[in-house]
Design a protein around this ligand. Sequence first.
Ligand code: SF4
Length: 313
Amino acid sequence: MELLGKYKNGNYTVAIYKDGTKIRATGADSFEPTFPESIDLKITNQCERGCAFCHENSTPDGKHSDLLNLPFFRSIPPYTELAIGGGNPLSHPDLERFLEKCQSRHIIANITVHEAEFFDNAALLWTWVSRGLIHGIGISHTSPKYTERLLRYLTEMYRFSTAVIHVINGVVSLDDLEKFADKNLNLLILGYKDIRRGQEYQSRYMDVVSMRQQTLKENLPRLAKDGHFRTICFDNLALEQLDVQRLVTSEEWESLYMGDDGKFTMYIDAVELEYAMSSTSMHRYPCENTVQAMFQRIRQESNTINNIERNCT
Ligand code: SF4
């Protein structure tokens, strides 16, 4: 495995490898970070796609962030990972200059784009990957009408080794998902977010969403265990919705689970200049001048929630 970077964070060290593997090491009983290992960064609320389940309520006339003047940017430590999203992040006019700024500070930039945007911009994304401006590319797969084309792009035209297909539990059907199997692809399953348009979509298509979630849950052991994908990852919401913990031993869970929201990660809405534990948190704070200060608040919130949950069980 080729090392991308190694750094100290609080009482432990983190090594990140080019294939996305991350290893934490400490002599202490627990990992206590002083800054987030990864920031989910929303850079725009503009998007032409109009997905009916969009939990960000993104629209064609959505606002962009002032990306080159983020008040906390200079405090982001080297090798912090940014998960850049939107809206459609490719619609932001300052994105390339922002990526160059990240690169000059050794910040690892990853980006998530809708599959239709990926088709239209694959050559540009390829150039950015070759220049080292972006590391990972997440491609949101939202409709079976794009399946064949996405497969062609990923298996014949652009073999981005760090590309990951993103699907949503409750939106993707099992039939559609199985078309991506056995092609050495990376898959990320995201939990269904029932907020904003996601809430309207779920109430309107409740039967379909529930049936797809149930089918995926039942078939997940087969999909995961038979090695149909190079990797399968989950966000914390999907881990919960699909009860992924039942599929691994406690030792495997201990070594593979990357931590609750807010323990090593945080969310920043650069458009509204607000931060929160995750993109689904309704409890948001105005941005401060350093990520360290913002993260300390997120950690306190995360610890408070854990304590309440512990006391309730
Ligand atoms: S879900 Fe993504 S692609 Fe769809 S409207 Fe929202 S931001 Fe755009």
